[in-house]
Design a protein around this ligand. Sequence first.
Ligand code: SF4
Length: 370
Amino acid sequence: MRMVDALAERALAGGRATRDEARAVLGSNDDDLLAVVAAAGRVRRRYFGNRVKLNYLVNLKSGRCPEDCAYCSQRLGAESGVLSYTWLTPDQAVEAAGAGVAGGAKRVCLVASGRGPTGRDIDRVARTIAAIRERYAGVEVCACLGLLDAGQATRLRDAGADAYNHNLNTAGERYADICTTHTYADRVSTVEQARRGGLSACSGLIAGMGESDDDLVDVVFALADLAPDSVPVNFLIPFDGTPMAGRWQLTPQRCLRILAMVRFVFPDVEVRLAGGREIHLRTLQPLALHIANAMFLGDYLTSEGQAGRADLDMISDAGFVVEAAGEPTLPAARVDAGLPVTTAADVAPARTDLVRLRRRGAGTDLPPNA
Ligand code: SF4
């Protein structure tokens, strides 16, 4: 039996991959790619059927961040040309969220740039959450506001938030290479606070920042220690004007292997296709749906995604259906239980033409994409 088939069998029985097995999935070659996708696809089908959960991003506050995360187009001093605006009003956020809800999103993700929210920011976001809940009954709300202080998660939960997102992004050992203004421990602490505060924890990673296979395995197992309910997998968009500009290190095949590895470690957890999917997976995006059970619809925080209509067509053409509001995402049992680094020489020419800064939707006068 192939290693990946054995991994699938174990995942179907409730187990997960070991670190060595996760590393072996990343190190597998293109000849075995379809076998890897098929094995991960069996696991995805078992726990999530043919449903795709859609999440929709609303950037409540864009740019001007004092932190220096190297991958981020909103970082301190970035000359990336992204939209820069201060807090959307609750009405503006409701309007922005509406496009995603109309497109089939069952979760709205409210994001703000910055190190973390002040007490006033929490009050402001609480009003926004209430306004969204009032307008769109049954829609889940996730907040992503940076590092949390004690008690803030509880306040967000009491305001009606369902979940909190804070990504670990990369291996702890590498964290100081990508950020100097806060620590890995700060990030871990925020995810723990979100859970302790009664929020569903959403925490994931960014691939393509120069990490090794061991680094990817490290971050995925660090995430597993935090027991998140959802794991967004981002593929670096190397924005001009950031320290990561020009870092094009991913291939569509590599992205699929990363997703499969994450699935084998998180068999019954929501694995979400996140930023960079169009740019790095390109025409292989539909294959990724056989591994991930969720994705963002339409545009991202600072860059434009493919047309929302194209997202929906892709889901349908690949034989999947959009998960309906009110339909549980995670399996009942879970709810009840409460190799070599890719080098520049290996990769196809960078598709820099696919990176488009967002110039529509929240913070602009143009209609959003969903
Ligand atoms: S804290 Fe968030 S918005 Fe600020 S630089 Fe880091 S990732 Fe970007």
